[in-house]
Ligand binder design. Sequence first.
Ligand SMILES: N[C@@H](CCC(=O)N[C@@H](CS)C(=O)NCC(=O)O)C(=O)O
Length: 303
Amino acid sequence: MIPILHHYETSPFAELVRAAMGLKQLEWQSVIIPNILPKPDLTELTGGYARTPVLQIGADIYCDTAAILHALDEFKPTPSLYPAPLGSLHKVIANWAGGVQFFAHVGAAMGTMPAGAMPDSFVEDRKGRFGLDMAQLSKATPHLTSQALTAAYWLDASLADGRSFVGGDAPGHADLAFYSNTWFVRGIPFAKATSDAIFALPNLAAWFGRVKALGHGTHSEISADEAIAVAAAAEPAAIKGRIDAPFTAGQQVAVKTDGSGDATPTGKLAQLDPIGIIILRSGERCGNVAVHFPRLGQMVISA
Ligand SMILES: N[C@@H](CCC(=O)N[C@@H](CS)C(=O)NCC(=O)O)C(=O)O
């Protein structure tokens, strides 16, 4: 089974997963999805989750980079995305980089863009779904820039002892999470001043080059219809985890992403433990699928 990534080029979280494909030298298939709602082909698979990216392995659908990286590590265990000595601490660092620091980097970069630089449809989508207000964002830009630069300074200082990656000799999830934030800032020409300040840090700049050199593995493009047909022809993999009380196996639940107003996927609960959440559901076109979420950042509600 070849992993299928549903993504679009400019998404930093998608870049994180593409770099994970590179770290593991994986062969994968790419489905380019819209960067705004509606996303009918994606939500056919997820049941409503509409963020970017989503990974598909047969009839198993992984929402959020935390669930995606865990899945890729099971799919091809070596080299690990959680190498020693940090191990699971990679997840802690990546959670910070992908949370408050993600908003600092994206806000700092997007706040520099003049009115009209982004399509109205994009601005409206982000306003409706995430409360993005471009006027307020541009006022917050100096503050957000200071937050991003502080993270850059910390990273540069950590690398000053000569280590190649955040945790030592081997790259892992934490590297990919820091990398995707700085990659986004670097890709926005209006944010050149911030990007220049970040990349003036010599240890960080050299580290960025090492992470970028991991590449993206090898991929080919397929259509959303083809990806849905792959799910329809497959059955979800056997469940390995347990269900933590007070929930019970088979219970109908909804999984709501913190801070998201997007549609909430519902299905029969198949796993709920610190490794993650799995619901079983079916779609008209995709048939039976298992939809996976990380445990952190998702609220499970009896439906
Ligand atoms: N916690 C999620 C965050 C994903 C996320 O917020 N992605 C952004 C794009 S980088 C997004 O979904 N934007 C709205 C969209 O693509 O429709 C993860 O780690 O995957």
